[in-house]
Design a protein around this ligand. Sequence first.
Ligand code: C5P
Length: 286
Amino acid sequence: MTTLQEQAYAKLNLTLDILGKREDGYHDLESVMQQITFCDEIEIDVETGEDWKIECDWEEVPTDSRNLAWEAARVFYRSIGKDPQGVTIRITKRIPMQAGLAGGSADAAAVLRALNRHENEPYTIWELARLGAKVGSDVPFCVIGHTAKATGRGEKLEPMAPMPQCFYCICMPNFTNSTPELFQAFDQEKLPWHPHTAEMERALDQQDLLKVAGYLGNAMEALVAKNHEEIGKIRTVMEDSGALGCAMTGSGPAVFGIFDAFDMAAMASMQLMEQGYKTYLSRNVE
Ligand code: C5P
């Protein structure tokens, strides 16, 4: 038996645009994504000689084939045509579920990276990302990481100029969203809002953190904020603590603020905790 270890980093959507509904029911997206140091820890035993198993310290995490980490291991071994003789995946969970932080996809991507290394790299990182698309729309980005623009269903990736150094305060409101319902609600919008993706790309090329913070934006945020005043309240606390910009990530409801000083991000975090929210401080994965 061999034990592998890997960190599963969360993602933020610096921009998230919805371009339209496709015939397969999915939506075409355009999103600038950033990998952050906030992570789950993954440990994988291979050749256990036992049935496949997932162990997790959070009760609400599925410990069977519904877990994307399990699906990732299954897709990987099927694709290289090998039986690993038993797999146990242990997940130390920190990234909240249904937050818009791609926690499940990050776990799946970490499994793909660890197994690929263990099997002497049958796939390049880009091939591994393509394999990840079979597991979920956010998995390819979680495999590649850093800063990238995602299009298509979210699975087509283009590397981008790195996000300038900064600090994030991430806040989890006290509710969750249904991703498919939000996409449906967006389809009904008469005057949907769209972020300025091209300007965001330019701001990254110029390494201008202030401009990057100014162009943060999520096409789904207004839909969520309309029904949940928590989003606006969290934004206000972040802005009053010196955030250069704020946005909801993915289909939410987690909201993040960008700060150029750690003590300001920590101040925002403390104030939000005092109001009963869970918060997380993080940085870019370099
Ligand atoms: O790919 P994933 O399982 O994360 O998607 C969850 C749901 O979100 C899909 O079933 C679909 O309803 C919606 N979705 C979409 N367009 C995308 C990604 C997700 O409509 N690009």
